[in-house]
Design a protein around this ligand. Structure first.
Ligand SMILES: C[S@@+](CC[C@H](N)C(=O)[O-])C[C@H]1O[C@@H](n2cnc3c(N)ncnc32)[C@H](O)[C@@H]1O
Length: 396
C-alpha cells in the first residue's frame, strides 16, 4: 500500500535514476526521508519543510496543493473563491474510468434480493432515502486473493477514492434517521470517518476486540477492528441495543470486577452496551467458515447491529456480500434485505439452503442477552452461594 508519487512530482523529482539522491544533496534532506514522505504522502514539517520548499523553489501552499493536503487555511481560501474555483474545476477532465460490471438479480427470498455485479452500479440503482441500515465490510486492500479476483492492491489514494465513491452512494440511499455501519481496519476508518462526517452524523467508533495479525515488532499488537456508526440527520429512527450479561469467570462463575456496594444498582436486564465489544468471535474455524478468502464475519456481530438499528420489516443493505452473513442475519430477524457481490454467490445460496442451522446459532447467542445472569450462569451462581439480582435485592 502506497501513494502515487504526489510528493516527488510536487518537488520536481522525476523517475530518473539518482534523482532522489540529487535532490537530497541539494536540499539537505536525506534521501531515505524523501522516500518516506513520498511513499506515505506525508507533508514534511519543521526544518525538512523549509529545506524541501527551498530546494524545489516552490511555496508551501503549492506543495500542499500538489500533494492534495487541504488544511483549514486552504479550505477557507477555497470557500472564499468558490465561484471562481468551481468554474476552473468544471474544466477538469480526468481519464474515463473502466466500465463497472453490470448487476443482475441472481437470488431471491421472500424478504431479500441478491444481485451479482459491481457495488457502485448496484447502489446507483437504489432509490434516494429508501434504506434503514447499510452495513459495509469492503475488502481491506491487503493484497488478498478473492474468488472474484478483484484488485486488492490499489494505490492508497485510489482505494480511499473508491471507498468514497460507494460511501457517497450509501449515504444517498439511507433514509433520514437511518444508519450506516462501516467495518474496516483502524487505518482506513480513521481516514474514511472524516469523509463520511461531511454528510452523515457520527455516533460511535466501536472497537471490536479481535486480533487480526501476529504481533508486529516495534508496533503495538493490532487487536481491534473499527466499526464506525453514523446516522443520517439528528436522531436515529431506531436505537434499540441489547443489554449484555455481566462478565463472570468462565470456570468459577465468580465476579471479574469488584462491584462493591453497587450490586443492587445493577440492572437485572443486563449491562448497557459500550463502544468496546469484547465478545465477538472471529470466524476462523473451517467448520464455521463458508468460503475461503471471504473474511466472513460472525452472525453475532450482524445480529447485534441489525437489532440495534432496525425494526422488523425494515430494509437492510450490504453492498459486499462475501459469505452472506448480513443477509442471513436480516432474514432470520424478519428484516427485508438487499445485497450485491461481485464474485461467485453459490456459497450464499448454499447457506440459505441450511438456514435452520444458522437459526440455531443466532438463537444460541440471543438466549444470553438482556439479562444480567443468563439462566445457566444464574443457576451455577446460586449453587455456589454467589450473589444474584434476587439475593442483593431481597437479602435473607
Ligand atoms: C470482506 S468480504 C465481505 C464478507 C461478509 N461481510 C461476510 O461476513 O461474509 C468483501 C466482499 O466484497 C466483494 N467485493 C469486492 N469488490 C466488490 C465490488 N466492487 N462490488 C461488489 N462486491 C465486491 C468481494 O468479492 C468479497 O466477497
Amino acid at each position: 500500500m502506497s501513494y502515487s508519487d504526489q510528493f516527488f512530482n510536487a518537488i520536481g523529482i522525476s523517475g530518473e535514476r539518482g534523482s532522489v539522491e540529487r535532490f537530497a544533496k541539494l536540499s539537505g534532506v536525506p534521501a531515505q526521508r524523501l522516500k518516506f514522505y513520498n511513499h506515505n504522502n506525508v507533508l514534511p514539517s519543521g526544518s525538512d519543510l523549509d529545506r524541501v520548499i527551498k530546494g524545489a523553489g516552490i511555496t508551501e501552499l503549492l506543495l500542499k496543493l500538489k500533494m492534495g493536503r487541504v488544511d483549514k487555511s486552504i479550505s477557507d481560501a477555497i470557500q472564499f473563491y468558490a465561484d471562481e474555483i468551481s468554474e476552473l474545476l468544471a474544466r477538469y477532465n480526468p481519464e474515463a474510468e473502466s466500465p463497472k460490471t453490470e448487476c443482475k438479480l441472481e437470488f431471491e427470498t421472500s424478504l431479500g434480493k441478491l444481485y451479482r455485479g459491481d457495488c457502485i452500479r448496484f447502489l446507483k440503482s437504489i432509490d434516494n432515502d429508501s434504506i434503514d441500515l447499510v452495513f459495509a465490510d469492503p475488502p481491506f486492500n491487503l493484497s488478498k486473493l478473492y474468488p472474484s479476483e478483484i484488485d486488492d492492491r490499489l494505490k492508497t489514494e485510489n482505494y480511499l477514492h473508491w471507498c468514497q465513491e460507494w460511501l457517497f452512494e450509501c449515504a444517498r440511499v439511507i433514509k433520514p434517521g437511518g444508519a450506516l455501519f462501516l467495518w474496516n481496519l483502524p487505518k482506513w476508518n480513521s481516514s474514511l470517518s472524516s469523509y463520511i462526517e461531511s454528510f452523515l452524523t457520527f455516533r460511535n467508533w466501536i472497537g471490536v476486540d479481535i486480533k487480526y495479525s501476529l504481533p508486529i515488532s516495534n508496533r503495538l499488537y493490532p487487536s481491534h477492528y473499527s466499526l464506525l456508526y453514523f446516522i443520517k440527520g439528528e436522531r436515529p429512527n431506531t436505537f434499540n441495543p441489547d443489554r449484555l450479561p455481566m462478565q463472570v469467570c468462565p470456570k468459577c462463575y465468580g465476579d471479574l470486577k469488584d462491584y462493591g456496594g453497587y450490586k443492587d444498582k445493577m440492572n437485572p436486564a443486563g449491562v448497557n452496551m459500550s463502544d468496546i465489544w469484547l465478545d465477538i468471535p472471529p470466524v476462523r474455524h473451517a467448520k464455521y467458515k463458508r468460503r475461503d478468502g471471504s473474511n466472513e464475519l460472525s452472525l453475532k456481530l450482524l445480529d447485534r447491529i441489525i437489532q440495534m438499528a432496525t425494526k422488523e420489516g425494515d430494509v437492510v443493505l450490504d453492498p459486499f456480500g462475501g459469505a452472506g452473513t448480513t443477509y442471513m442475519a436480516a432474514e432470520l430477524k424478519g428484516r427485508r434485505w438487499l445485497g450485491c457481490e461481485i464474485g461467485p454467490i453459490d456459497v450464499i445460496v448454499e447457506r440459505f439452503n441450511l438456514i435452520e442451522k444458522e437459526r440455531e446459532i443466532i438463537d444460541s447467542y440471543r438466549k444470553n442477552l438482556n439479562s444480567l445472569f443468563p439462566e445457566n450462569i444464574k443457576h451455577n451462581r446460586e449453587k455456589l452461594g454467589l450473589w444474584t439480582c434476587e439475593t442483593v435485592r431481597n437479602p435473607a
